[in-house]
Design a protein around this ligand. Sequence first.
Ligand code: ADP
Length: 487
Amino acid sequence: MPDLQDADLLRHRPFFSGQWQAGDAPPLAIHNPANGALVGEVETLGAQRVEIAVAAAEAAFSAWRDLPARDRAVLLEKWAALIAEHADDLARIMTQEEGKPLAEAKGEIAGGAAFVKWYAEEARRVYGEIIPSFAGDRRLLVFREPVGVCAAITPWNFPSSMITRKAAPALAAGCPVVLKPAESTPFSALALAELARRAGFPSGVFNVVLGNPAEIGRVFTAHPAVRKLSFTGSTRVGKLLLAQAAGQVQKVTLELGGNAPFIVFDDADLDAAIAGAVAAKFRNAGQVCVAVNRIYVQEKLFGAFVARYAEQIAALKVGDGADPQTQVGPVISARVLERLEGLVQDALHKGAELVTGGHVYPLRGETGGHFFEPTLIARPAPDARLLHEEIFGPLVTVQSFRDEADVIRQANATEYGLASYFYTRDLKRAFTVSGRLQYGMVAVNTPVIASESSPFGGIKASGLGREGSRHGIEDYLEYKTVWLAGL
Ligand code: ADP
């Protein structure tokens, strides 16, 4: 780990009951995906200690719920300010454990702080309702109340902002949080816990547990105090947790996989579409749930698009995210390299054309890092696996299409429904195609699809619920109806 300005941000233990806690299960070693170096070890908890962490959150609930919203907001504001103040250190920690280029890591930290600030503001706007009564002696009131203890399980690809987008609305609503971050990126989560501690959240309000994922998932879904589970990760694990949560009818928010189409119509601004397709694919080495998997270019522009896009992809600088020149960092593990190689082989075997890339980067042998060449595959067969599976790496497909109906049919032919993108200069088409794409989010003429002020989430196998915006706090609230009679 390079020198941090504030070395106390690097923590090695779980955090609950307002304290750093010694582990009682085997420790976890975290390696830098760019070079295999040991970043550090963290202590972990067995199931019984995780239950104690949940009990600590339960004990904190009533005081946290009863704190006036403006006081909760002040703490969230402080947390956001501390995250922003320590952005450089937080980004360095993230690049070491996750691999993404430092500039992207800083962007993620700023985005995460923006979520915390947004929900500090939203905390004060949890309004109830007064419903017109059918009788003169009655009043009908609707209150919004926090659901209770919220469990959160987050992935490694956005080790910080996936936490803040869950924790901030939960805390704003009055819910204590017990978080389990991904095994490969605990340090970003623990640094956020350290800053929450400094911000002054009461003991038990924000907790981080580390340990065996399946074991912790079982505690989260079986413990009666946990009233809500928020998960971001694979569709496979999301389905498993949804089934487990049925046991006690927990509220569940799921942000799962995607298989994003990116459509370029004949009337598009080609330069903007190419730049957009680079950004929407190669951020975080393609390990993003909204990353483009399938590019469709209308016939007239197909040749020009492929030639120029391939040129830009081949010029991307791949390397250690800590190097300021790097545009594409490593993928998270050797397993991902094998999966990507398998997807390429399958597509080529079925007749696709390799336009650029396609191989594990030679850097791997020299440094022990996990690098894959930015790769473009043209005209895959309809049954090529990479049209149907989430790619989650620096690999993308391109094919041509004839007309609007044809491309919409192909774009929607997937079990997923998270993000979609298209480029056109035709205003009518912008609305009709947006309406027909079966996705939770549609980006027209831009690769940017997420911000704290917009609802983020998917339909179909991509998930349940939305994060961000004023709607993101809804999942952490219940309605309570109060009838007042005899007035
Ligand atoms: P990915 O393939 O991107 O790592 P996962 O869905 O496996 O996605 O991981 C996302 C999060 O889910 C991580 O925090 C991981 O530890 C956690 N996880 C994995 N398996 C389980 C499980 N059986 N129960 C609960 N959480 C799990």
